[in-house]
Design a protein around this ligand. Sequence first.
Ligand code: PFF
Length: 449
Amino acid sequence: MQGNREEFSSRLGFLLAATGSAVGLGNVWGFPTNTADNGGAAFVAVYFVLAFALAYPALMAELVIGRHTRANICTALQQISPPGTGRKMAGFAGFYAIIVASAILVFYTLVAGWMLAWLIAAVCTAIGLGDMATWFASSSLWRDILCAGIFAVFTVAVVSSGVHHGIERWSSRLLPSLLALLLALIAYVLFQPGALEGLRVYLVPDLSRLLEPQLLVSAMGQAFFSLSLGVGTMLVYGSYLSKDENLPAIGAMVTAVDCLVAFLAGLLIIPAMFVAQQLGITIYAGDALIAGPDLIFQVLPALFESMGLAGIVIAIAFFALMSMAALTSSISILEVPVALAVEKTPFTRPRASWMIGSAIFVGTVLVSVFFDRLFGWVVTVTTQYSQPLMGIALCLFAGWAMNRNQLLAEIRSGYDNVENSVFWKIWPFYVRLICPLLIAATFIQSVFL
Ligand code: PFF
């Protein structure tokens, strides 16, 4: 391991980076889409409960292990495991998490490239380059590879500059800009005709759907993806966190801001769909609201187009928002394998970042070429299966491999009176048993649905 390990420079720096990782396409696209798919507000309510009941304790498990061991995920899990077979298995679990993180980045880069393509298209429209705008707004293999490539270069450039000068600096710039854009867009859309109907669909729950198994499963998957759990991102970020910080409070803040941004994104997208409906754009496919790529790349662009000049500005703002959200997340994913390489091989950070980034980009090209066969498969295996399973594993590592004294000492550092807190009375037991069981129950249901 390196002697002088980097740290985030301040609590705010960590908060912006960790929240930047959490806030991404999952919030701005996944959450509103899932909401549209699963009966509106009923999904929103269940999501918030699960985010705090399941995802927050699992996030704490990652932060505690990371800060305690101050290492990449493989070394971290090995360090807290007993010698022998246990340690070997821990190494495998860590390596599996790194593979899953890399596979997530493979498809995330492709989707982020689509956002960038639409951003470039909107800018081309604004400056009168009509043909170019049409090229960037029409899907093609070359467009996808070009834009994913540009996005990958941004991601690698940030990570290769280091934790403080790269990740923290860029998250601190991008996250506030993203929030400002989101609020401005909401303010605009909510005053358009039709928006109130969208608000009603978003905020009035259809209680009959509240306990549908499919809704629970989608909400859990969404919460794990959105909080970047189960692949070591939060563990690695936690390993760069100062011993003076109060972990339970910081974890709660990250969870709360992530939920808030998801909620705000819903406040933008669902009303925007009903504004589009007023303008004659189809927003239902059968009984259900249009979701998935058609929502982002057909319904919303049609809405922007029908708004004339204002629509061009709004399209630029919207796709810039999407691209920024994607970048603060993709850098956190790339950091997972890069941390391992920097600590375990003689490669420097820039070299490790460019090499791993290139290998992942090769994966992105393969997924673009064999899109129909590979894309859905990679998304399902990583997000639906691997993230919850590794989430369970990381809870078990924190709950069973670390003993109570180690846990207490880690959490006490930065939180003096923790023994008397509600958190300490509940969490250690919860993360050992209840949380893994609840995740497993929901997961099993999803497999046998
Ligand atoms: N949390 C990100 C989002 O909501 O888009 C996605 C993500 C980031 C998933 C980092 C996994 C990860 F390790």
